[in-house]
Structure formats: C-alpha cells, structure tokens
Write a protein that binds this ligand. Structure first.
Ligand code: NDP
Length: 526
C-alpha cells in the first residue's frame, strides 16, 4: 500500500493534461475501431445484473437497451430494479461508507488513476459500446471516452489537492486545521447523452471524495455504466462503494431521492426531472438528519450570435457544428442561431449549404457524421417539434426522417420569432432555429431571453461588444468566435445558470467541494 500511495502522489504531482482524441484518419486506428466494433457485436444481447454490495442480482423483470441505428438489435438486457432494491442499494452504500470514509485520499485517488489507465486500454471497446448503444459517430464516441478519462485524471488530482494542509490565518496559542470530509451516501442519476463522461464524472467525483454511491444510469445507456462497473471491479474498488441500480427513473427515482439515508443527489438530465428532484429532496423525512444536497445540471436552449463584423464562414461553420454534433443531443447544442440583419441572408445561405452536406446513417460506419437519435420517444418528440416548426418558421433544410433506425435529417428553420416554441423549448435533436435580430443589442437580448443559461457563443470582431457580452451574456459557458459545444475538462469548467441547473462546474476546481463538507479543527496550545 505504501508503494501505491507513493506512486499516486507522484502521478498526482504531474500536471493534468486532456486526453488526445483518436486520429481516425490513421489506418491503424480505423482498424482498431473496426475490430472493437466486431468484438462488441459478438457480445450483444446478454443479460446483466444489478450490483448491490457484494451481490449481483438478476431480476426476472428486465428491459432491453437497443441500438438506435438498428432497433431490432438488442445491446443488452438489464434488470428492472424494484423500490425495495433501491432501499437495499442505499443500505449497502451506507454500510460501505463506514469503512470507505476512513480510506486515505491517496488510496481513493489511486483507484481513479487505475480506472483511467484501464479505460484508456479499453478505449476502442468503450467507443464501440457507445456507438451501438446511443448511436454516437466514431469521433463523438471517442470524445466521450476521452472526457471520461479526463474526469478520472482530474478528480484524482483534485482530491489530492483538497487533502493537503489548507491555509488558515494563524493566531497565537492555537493550532487550526481545515479538512474536507465526505458527506455520506449519494444517489448519482445520469443521462444517456454523455453516457460515459457524465456518468463517470459524477460517480468518480462522489467516491473519490470519500462518499459511497448508488449509481442509476439512464435506461437508454445502462451498458456504458456496466462497462464502467467492470472497470471498478477490475481495479479492486471495494464492494458497496459504488452500487449499480438499473431500472426506470420514474419507478425507483423517488425511492432513492426520498430515502432518509441519502445525503446528496448528483443528477444530470432534463429540466422537469431536475425540478422534481429539487422539490423532493427539499422535504425532510422521518429519521433524516441533514439537509440533502442537490447537484443538478439540466437543459439548455443555447445560442450562437453572429454580428455584422464576424467572419461569416467561421460563423456558419460554428453554427452547424454546434447544432448537429451528436444529432443535436447535447445540453450545450447551439439550437438557436441569432444573426443580425446585415449578414442574415449571407450566413443563412452558408448554414444551409453546410447542413445539406452532412451525412446521416448507421453510426457504426466511419463516414457517418450524424447517427440516429436515441430512441423512439426522442424520434416522436423531435418530429412533433418539426411539425410545430413548419408553422412557426420557414423550413430551409431537412425536415425528413426515415427508418428502421431513428434517423432524422439535420433540419433548419429560418425567420423564427424569438418567442416561438421552437425558439424557447429544448428539442434535444437535430433542429436549428434561426432568428433575425435588428442589431447586436437586439441579438444579445434575444440570446438571454429564455429560461435557460447554459452555453452561448458570439461571433464578432468588435472588441467593445465582446467586452459587453462578457458582462451581459448570461450563460455558464460563454465562447467567442468558436462553437458553443466541446467543453474540455479543466479548461472549460462546465455548468449553467437559471433553469440549466446549479452551475456545478464539472471539470473545475470547485466541483469536489460539492461532494464534501469542511470541518475546522482547533486545539488550544499552552
Ligand atoms: P432525463 O431527465 O429524462 O433522465 C435523466 C436521468 O434521470 C435518467 O437516469 C432517468 O432515468 C432519470 N429519471 C427519470 N425520471 C426520474 C425521476 N422521476 N426521478 C429520478 N430520476 C429520474 O434526461 P435525459 O437522460 O433524456 O438527458 C437529456 C437531458 O439532460 C437534456 O435535457 C439535456 O439538456 C440534459 N443534460 C444536461 C447537461 C448539463 O450539464 N447541464 C449535460 C447533459 C445533458 P430513466 O432513463 O430510467 O428515465
């Protein structure tokens, strides 16, 4: 153990660096990804258990995770946990907390470094599972895996930093210390759209801080969470520290949130579910000894603003990349383009041309830019919004969809009013709403005029406007002259304002504080 701790300390002392993306133009990488897809294909369709403490339990009631490119292909069957099993998972986490909270920070960080190494080793396999399970294109899947590795590397170092002696003002006659201690049992409820990065990020932040976890992944992406559980088992994480509970959020969600032994909830997902969790968690239950902490990251209706001084080619490129990467299913997706009148037609034409060139198809194919949307519900919701859009604006690109996979063309609506439904509601699909603004002031006003505040971008060469946007563009992640997606761990700490959530700034130096509480210890010295 001493040796392990020493090596953790020296690794933590090396500066954090983002994991490079895989270059799929290189034949060896293409080959490796192809082979991993083949290997994963042979493993599709198996049944996976819940993990509660030491026990792996397969229920009779299961649900299927399907490949959205080919919905008749089952990625895996997962157990539908019951409310009683949710309580048992919390019990198992509470029992494990009694020992895990005493494990030194170096040792806890060591598990994250070991998991990062294994995930890097299994990188193509991880990508392949994501390509099959949620329809990510190769580069999008690879970016998601890279981000998951980054979170492990970043939070391991962060825990080591928090475990250091914290500077306090000195006074005579007393010795004072401040230590960050864990909270207790956390429910981690993750979404499907970054099924590796966000699930790994929230879970690892929770347990590296000394907490124990019940992990409830989204029902459309349980396999990626299972693959992470395999890694945690392979690196020897003690049982009970992370419990794996699959099943419908609407069935087991309330039981997890209301359980008086749960100390905190880390959630990323939609606005409505986030609000419900916030409300339920605020109520104290019998036997509950604390205020539950909630870390809630929710939706967005993010904008790319373009003024008349902007490089119009770069702006059109940024608008298209922000709107259609991973089929527009990113909380950071630029689903609104707000363009000032003087360059509106010019930018719009370029956006239409670029959009029409995007390829849509089976995500397993390396040439695919846009795969399917995640499932039938998403397909229905998005195509309903396309019908609404036909009444609220001019359809200038896309609009169609085809099966048997859930394929929707990248769709652009022009001349939409700022308060139209498709300009205000999160569609979470490949639908871009283009809005004409009179001038920069009007554009900035429209950008801020939604209930969300997650990401935003401005294309402009006017330094004064850039300075104004820094003050007035009310979003958690603001970008200039670049797309509004693609936040990097450590570089762009991520989280939004208003109905986009609690602004937890994942991948930043404030994040682990949310999973800890500070204890001040003072001793009188004679
Ligand atoms: P959902 O809110 O539908 O689901 C998120 C998670 O909550 C899933 O695990 C889901 O389980 C669970 N859940 C559903 N109902 C309940 C409930 N009543 N109680 C407790 N848990 C519940 O979101 P999506 O998975 O569809 O993710 C997309 C959303 O996430 C978008 O709105 C997007 O903007 C947002 N998001 C925000 C990010 C941010 O950082 N701000 C980042 C990424 C996504 P089940 O799958 O079983 O229903």
């Amino acid at each position: 153990m001493a040796k392990m701790i020493e090596s953790v300390a020296s690794r933590a002392a090396t500066p954090f660096k983002n994991t490079p993306y895989t270059d799929f133009t290189r034949p060896e990488n293409r080959q490796a990804q192809m082979e991993a897809l083949d290997q994963v294909k042979r493993e599709l369709g198996q049944t996976y258990p819940l993990i509660i403490g030491r026990n792996k339990i397969t229920n009779e009631a299961t649900f299927a995770s399907r490949n959205p490119s080919q919905p008749d292909q089952v990625v895996g069957y997962f157990s539908s946990a019951t409310v009683q099993q949710a309580d048992e998972a919390v019990q198992a986490a509470a029992a494990a907390f009694e020992t895990w909270k005493r494990v030194p920070a170096e040792e806890r960080a060591g598990y994250l470094f070991a998991a990062a190494d294994l995930m890097q080793e299994r990188r193509f396999e991880f990508n392949a599972w994501m390509i099959y399970e949620v329809g990510k294109s190769w580069p999008e899947a690879d970016g998601d895996t890279a981000e998951a590795i980054d979170f492990l590397e970043f939070y391991a170092r962060e825990m080591m930093r928090l475990a250091e002696n914290q500077p306090l003002v000195k006074i005579a006659g007393e010795e004072n210390h401040l230590v960050y201690i864990p909270l207790g049992v956390g429910a981690v409820i993750s979404p499907w759209n970054f099924p590796a990065a966000i699930m790994v990020g929230m879970t690892s932040a929770a347990f590296v801080s000394g907490n124990t976890v019940v992990l409830k992944p989204a029902s459309t992406s349980p396999m990626i969470a299972w693959q992470f559980m395999r890694i945690l088992e392979d690196v020897g994480l003690p049982s009970g520290v992370v419990n794996f509970l699959t099943g419908s959020g609407s069935t087991i969600g309330d039981a997890l949130i209301e359980n008086p032994q749960v100390r905190f909830i880390a959630f990323t997902g939609s606005r409505d579910v986030g609000l419900r969790i916030n409300e339920l968690a605020a109520k104290s239950r019998k036997g509950q000894r604390w205020l539950k902490r909630t870390i809630l990251e929710m939706g967005g209706k993010d904008a790319v603003v373009v003024d008349e001084t902007a490089d119009v080619d770069a702006a059109a490129e940024g608008i298209v990349a922000s709107a259609f990467g991973f089929q527009g299913q990113k909380c950071s997706a630029g689903s609104r383009a707000i363009i000032v009148e003087k360059v509106y037609n010019q930018v719009l034409q370029k956006v239409i041309e670029k959009t029409k060139k995007l390829s849509v198809g089976d995500a397993t194919k390396p040439e695919t830019y846009m795969g399917p949307v995640v499932d039938e519900n998403a397909m229905k919701k998005i195509t309903d919004y396309i019908e609404i859009g036909k009444k609220e604006g001019h359809l200038v690109a896309g609009g169609g969809h085809h099966g048997p996979g859930y394929f929707i063309e990248p769709t652009v609506f022009a001349d939409v009013a700022p308060h139209a439904r498709i300009a205000q509601e999160e569609i979470f699909g490949p639908v871009l709403t283009v809005i004409k603004a009179n001038d920069f002031d009007d554009a900035l006003h429209i950008a801020n005029d939604t209930e969300y505040g997650l990401t935003g971008s401005l294309y402009s060469k006017d330094e004064k406007r850039i300075e104004r946007a820094k003050q007035e563009y009310h979003v958690g992640n603001l970008y200039f002259n670049r797309k509004c997606t693609g936040a990097l761990v450590g570089v762009h700490p991520f989280g939004g304002f208003n109905m986009s959530g609690t602004d937890s700034k994942a991948g930043g130096k404030d994040y682990l504080l949310l999973f800890t509480q500070a204890k001040a210890i003072s001793a009188k010295r004679s």
